[in-house]
Design a protein around this ligand. Structure first.
Ligand SMILES: *[C@@H]1O[C@H](CO)[C@@H](O)[C@H](O)[C@H]1NC(C)=O
Ligand SMILES: *[C@@H]1O[C@H](CO)[C@@H](O)[C@H](O)[C@H]1NC(C)=O
Ligand SMILES: *[C@@H]1O[C@H](CO)[C@@H](O)[C@H](O)[C@H]1NC(C)=O
Ligand SMILES: *[C@@H]1O[C@H](CO)[C@@H](O)[C@H](O)[C@H]1NC(C)=O
Length: 369
């Protein structure tokens, strides 16, 4: 082996080096470009300054004094007198009790990272069934970690859910520096997230961070469930926004969002809605490729010790990931490197496979008509 290696000519070495670089560029290039080069320009005009001013002076007292109008379960005292670094609001469906219990036992059980307090709560809307509501009441009594808004928890009402929960954070948890919105199908590495937030150029304001989606287009197919009519959103592209599975806002951003919510059409997907609000307050979403978006990251111990989130987690994987990231065994630089290569490659393969299956299915449906 050694002999053949040494006898390689310069151009052969160059060829190998070129391939190694190409491989890394293909695998990590897109992340790199997104993270460092694809920035829109921030802007501040009179309107933004006005909104900032309004947000500073927001008076939530009327809401606090008649909160039973907005929330069935309000947890109005849970933040009182506490310094909270990160408030994690886990968006969960009323019927997903087992998933909530699993999160309580795993990544949701982190109460502080490097001395920075974390509060984890579940955000729900109302269920269809009275019996489910009784179950939720019992669960809430036991755990004291459920906020339930007064709206039907359906796929169409997700924007309403974000509005209601942002309103909750601004009203009842104004002392939380950052607010994480995350879905209950996700795995979240809270220690990594906190570490990242602490290093964000030491800024605590104007933060809106997640997996940023560029140049997404509204669905103009009238037969689709996600149809967005031109009258509701006339432009060709959506502004950059953070994918809905997991994103973070700083408290000042949440307050500004709350001020502009009423001015933005609600007929777009929930994450786009937040993106449009962000744009109207002159905010640029910050991208990090360590957020998975809607992709499931193939499990690999050292990869999971590095990333922030992974989507579509099974119960078994959730337990495994939690156990292994807390095993106290560090990953060496090389292990992290090879872990990232492996989970990235496999995740690409998975999405490629899924793309093909979806195309096949669509074709089958098409021919079946
Ligand atoms: C809430 O209660 C206050 C009195 O404390 C009242 O003035 C106000 O109109 C109420 N707000 C709403 C939205 O009902
Ligand atoms: C949670 O609820 C949603 C909607 O009812 C369902 O699609 C999903 O499979 C549930 N997830 C889990 C982990 O139970
Ligand atoms: C959560 O963590 C605490 C320690 O911080 C531990 O005592 C408790 O048993 C954990 N709860 C669960 C359900 O694992
Ligand atoms: C959204 O919630 C409201 C308030 O509960 C309800 O009237 C409406 O039917 C819900 N919309 C959908 C599409 O579920």
């Amino acid at each position: 082996m050694q002999v053949t290696f040494c006898s390689l000519r310069t151009h052969q070495w160059c060829f190998i080096l070129f391939n190694v670089i190409l491989f890394h560029a293909l695998l990590f290039g897109a992340d790199f470009v997104e993270e460092y080069f694809l920035h829109a320009l921030p802007y501040v005009d009179m309107k933004v300054l006005e909104i900032k001013d309004k947000a500073r002076k927001l008076n939530m007292e009327p809401l606090r004094s008649n909160l039973s109008k907005y929330y069935i379960l309000s947890q109005s005292e849970v933040c009182k007198g506490k310094n909270i670094f990160l408030l994690a609001l886990i968006f969960s469906s009323p019927g997903n009790r087992t998933r909530r219990d699993l999160i309580r036992k795993t990544w949701g059980n982190v109460t502080s990272v490097q001395g920075h307090p974390i509060l984890t709560l579940f955000a729900l809307g109302m269920p269809n069934l009275v019996t489910t509501q009784q179950e939720i009441d019992k669960e809430s009594h036991k755990n004291n970690d459920i906020i339930e808004g007064i709206f039907l928890d359906s796929a169409e009402n997700q924007t309403l859910k974000i509005i209601t929960m942002t309103q909750w954070a601004v009203t009842f948890c104004p002392n939380a520096l950052f607010i994480l919105k995350v879905d209950d199908e996700m795995f979240v590495n809270l220690p990594n997230l906190v570490d990242y937030l602490l290093n964000l150029k030491e800024r605590l304001e104007d933060i809106y961070v997640g997996r940023v989606i560029h140049q997404d287009m509204p669905n103009r197919d009238p037969s689709s469930q996600e149809f967005v009519p031109l009258s509701k959103y006339p432009e060709k592209y959506y502004p950059d926004y953070c994918s809905s599975e997991a994103f973070i806002m700083s408290q000042d951003v949440a307050r500004m969002m709350y001020v502009v919510f009423k001015e933005v059409p609600i007929m777009v997907p929930a994450d786009v809605f937040v993106g449009i609000c962000a744009k109207s307050i002159g905010l640029i979403p910050i991208h990090s490729s360590r957020f998975s978006g809607k992709r499931h990251i193939r499990y690999n111990r050292c990869c999971y010790k590095f990333i922030f989130t992974s989507s579509e987690m099974t119960d078994a994987e959730m337990l495994l990931a939690w156990k292994e990231i807390n095993d106290g065994k560090e990953c060496t630089l090389f292990e992290t490197y090879s872990g990232l290569i492996s989970c990235k490659l496999l995740t690409y393969l998975d999405s490629f496979k899924r793309f093909h299956i979806d195309t096949l299915k669509n074709n089958a449906m098409y021919y079946g008509d």
